[in-house]
Each structure stands twice: as structure tokens, then as C-alpha cells.
Design a protein. Structure first.
Length: 416
């Protein structure tokens, strides 16, 4: 049988997208169930909300920060082996967290297992999707990372049901099994480049002689020194101080208002629902109206949604916040990797996305845990929410100014 994706009725790039969807669904879906486990961990280990929140922050720091290593490794070795290994680590980390006898053991098991596992897989699968598409890159990227949204929609209610029925420890065992079976299994479908299947991006035929003209790529050192990359890095760093605060603190916030925990957990599902819609709809929007402009819309939208959270004292307002925030958060995640590919080409896209995501890692390390400690001090989330609004607006201003810069030796013809 010839190794040629033209023999498939469906362009093989969509199988790669499906694999990326599964990896992000399992990896981030498992990670974003963390808010469901906060009360159990507090009760089990007599821990403060700030110290429990730090578990998520440490894991998130690793799974975004590790991209600086996994990105270059995927450029060199391909993404399949990294994604499979990552999903196995996620499953192992969750299982070991279920066996923990102290908060320190939770930090090690969850932080290293989930953090390293998602970190090994996330940037590689995202960068691979970018290589398979040009015309529909924003949409394909949106579908791939919509796994995060669907995972956020489906996994927290599942984990709440598991915690209630079999306890938090066994719930972590079940989630770990799903990570290995679904995540690692689907990751086997990943193929690093359409050229490995005998076609060009979007399923177009290769040019005569089996070669297509190579894209205009830029060296990593050149790209990261450019004003465009620096501005994008700073904007994402600022945004990330607040972007993951709701994933950790929205459920406890609702419970503090008197909402039953079984109902409060569905707020995370609403973020997932909005995020899924945002990744599908706003990814296509970005392809049509420009990915640089769309990034500004995402920053502004997240800030405006946070304003709803700031005044919310009833469940229905929290639902509106969760849906609105999810839409713009999902769009932000979908647009970023496509924008990096637009700016700097394909050959080092994994390396550059990995470097960019270290900004998200540092912001996430600080933001959710700082919000937890702020709550411990004054029993209020007002300051963390206000701070999240401000950093998103600052990110929008920086990104807007950066997008006006004409980069040295960067093509003005790229999409977006």
C-alpha cells in the first residue's frame, strides 16, 4: 500500500487534528477538573485554599513552560513519541495523586505527572497541526484545541460524579486510566508533516519532482529578538496572570455564595462550552478577518467577561460570565499558534510556540495561587478579579501597538 494520503477520502490532516483534539481533551480536561478536588484536598490534608491552589499552578507552570523543550524536540524527532509519552505520564501522575498521603506528595505526583505529561504533548501536537494547513489553519487549530474546551465541559461533571460515588482517590485512578487509553491511543495517529504522506498542506499535490517550494522561515534567534515576538510574549505574560484564575477559583467562589457544590462544578462545564464554541467560531473568524486583529478581540473580551464576574452575586450571572469568558479564552488559545506560524514559518514553529508559552507558564504559576492567598487574607476575590481585568486590557494595548510594527525581513504577505 502506498504511503500517500491521496488514497484517503478524507485529507489525513484531519486525522492529525482529531489526534490533537483527543490529547488536549484528555490532558487539559483532566487538569481542569482540579477545582472539583479542591474541597476534598482541603479537608483531607487540612490545607488552606492558597496552598491547594499552588498544586494547579505548579502543574500549569510545567505544562506551559516545558514547551521550550518539547517544541524543539518535536521539530527534531516528530510529535508522536512525545505525545504518547506525555499521555502516559498524565495517567501515572493522576494515579499517584490518588495515592498521596500528604500535600507534598500531591505536589510531586500531580505537579510532575500532569505538568510534565501535558507539557511534553501540548506544544508538539499543536505545532504539528499548523504544518498540515495554510488556508484553514485558524479553523484547524481551533478544532484541535477545542479538545480543551470539550474536556473542560465534560470532565469536571464526570469527576464530580466520581468523587461523590467512589471518593476523590479512586476518581483520580479512573481519570488516569482515561488519559492512557484515550490520549496515548489517539496520539498514535499523529504524522509530523503532510510531506511524510506525499502531499502538501491542505491536501494539495506536491509540485513536480515530489517537492514543493519551501516556505520562508526564520531562525529561532532572529524571531525571538523581533519586536513582534517580544510584544506577543509580553502580552501573553500579562494576560496569563489572570487567565486561569477562574479554572481554580470559580467553583469555590460559587460555593461561598451558597451554591451547592454539585451545581457549582457545572460553571467549569459552562467555560468549556463557551471555549468549544470560541475555538470553532473564532478560529474561522480569525481566518477571515485577520488573526492579529482577532487576538485583540480575545484580550478585550476576556477583560469584559471578568467585569461580569466582579459584580456577580447570583448563579445566573456566574453562568453568563462562564460562557462569555470561555468563548474569548477559547479564541485566544486557537489564534496564538496559528499567528506564530503566520509570522515566522513552519520549520521552527514548535520551538517558537514553546518559547512563547513560557510566558503563559510564568503567569499561570503566579496568578491562581496568588488569587488563593489573596482570598485567604481578606476572604474576597475582588482584588484578583480586578487585577485580571487590568492585565488583559494591558495585554490588548501592547498587542495592538506591536501589530503595527513592520518587522525586519518578515513577510507582509502572510495570512492574518
Amino acid at each position: 500500500m502506498k504511503n500517500n494520503s491521496m488514497s484517503y477520502r478524507i485529507f489525513y490532516g484531519w486525522f492529525v487534528v482529531a489526534a490533537a483534539f483527543a490529547v488536549t481533551f484528555v490532558g487539559f480536561g483532566s487538569a481542569y477538573t482540579f477545582s472539583t478536588f479542591v474541597p476534598s484536598l482541603q479537608n483531607e490534608f487540612s490545607a488552606s485554599r492558597g496552598s491547594v491552589s499552588l498544586v494547579f499552578s505548579l502543574a500549569a507552570f510545567l505544562y506551559f513552560g516545558l514547551g521550550i523543550l518539547s517544541g524543539p524536540l518535536s521539530d527534531r524527532w516528530g510529535s508522536r513519541v512525545l505525545a504518547v509519552t506525555g499521555m502516559v505520564l498524565v495517567g501515572l501522575g493522576l494515579a499517584l495523586a490518588g495515592m498521596a498521603r500528604s500535600m507534598t506528595q500531591v505536589y510531586i505526583a500531580y505537579g510532575l505527572g500532569v505538568g510534565l505529561g501535558v507539557g511534553l504533548s501540548y506544544v508538539p501536537v499543536l505545532s504539528t497541526v499548523q504544518r498540515w494547513f495554510v488556508r484553514r489553519r485558524g479553523f484547524a487549530s481551533g478544532v484541535a484545541v477545542s479538545g480543551i474546551g470539550v474536556g473542560t465541559l465534560a470532565m469536571p461533571p464526570l469527576s464530580a460524579l466520581l468523587v461523590e460515588s467512589i471518593g476523590w482517590r479512586d476518581a483520580y485512578f479512573v481519570l488516569g486510566g482515561l488519559a492512557v487509553i484515550v490520549g496515548a491511543g489517539m496520539a498514535l495517529l499523529i504524522v509530523n508533516s503532510p510531506r511524510d504522506m506525499g502531499v502538501a498542506p491542505d491536501g494539495d499535490p506536491l509540485k513536480i519532482g515530489g517537492r514543493s517550494e519551501p516556505p520562508k522561515d526564520f531562525a529561532v534567534a532572529t524571531a525571538v529578538k523581533s519586536q513582534r515576538f517580544i510584544g506577543l510574549y509580553i502580552a501573553c505574560l500579562l494576560c496569563s496572570f489572570g487567565v486561569f484564575v477562574p479554572f481554580v477559583h470559580l467553583v469555590p467562589y460559587a460555593v461561598d455564595l451558597g451554591v451547592a457544590p454539585a451545581q457549582a462544578v457545572y460553571l467549569l462545564a459552562m467555560i468549556g462550552l463557551g471555549s468549544t464554541a470560541g475555538r470553532f467560531l473564532l478560529g474561522g473568524f480569525a481566518d477571515r478577518y485577520g488573526r492579529r486583529f482577532s487576538l485583540l478581540v480575545m484580550f478585550t473580551g476576556m477583560a469584559l467577561a471578568m467585569m461580569i464576574w466582579l459584580i456577580a452575586t447570583e448563579l445566573w450571572l456566574l453562568v453568563i460570565f462562564a460562557l462569555a469568558y470561555g468563548i474569548f479564552y477559547g479564541g485566544w488559545v486557537a489564534v496564538l499558534p496559528a499567528l506564530v506560524m503566520d509570522y515566522f514559518g513552519e520549520s521552527k514553529v514548535g520551538s517558537l510556540i514553546g518559547i512563547l508559552y513560557t510566558s503563559v507558564a510564568f503567569g499561570t504559576l503566579i496568578g491562581p495561587s496568588a488569587a488563593g492567598y489573596a482570598f485567604d487574607l481578606n476572604q474576597s476575590y475582588t482584588v484578583p478579579i480586578l487585577a485580571s481585568i487590568c492585565v488583559n486590557l494591558a495585554a490588548m494595548v501592547i498587542a495592538a501597538n506591536t501589530s503595527k510594527v513592520s518587522q525586519q525581513r518578515l513577510s507582509d504577505n502572510v495570512p492574518g
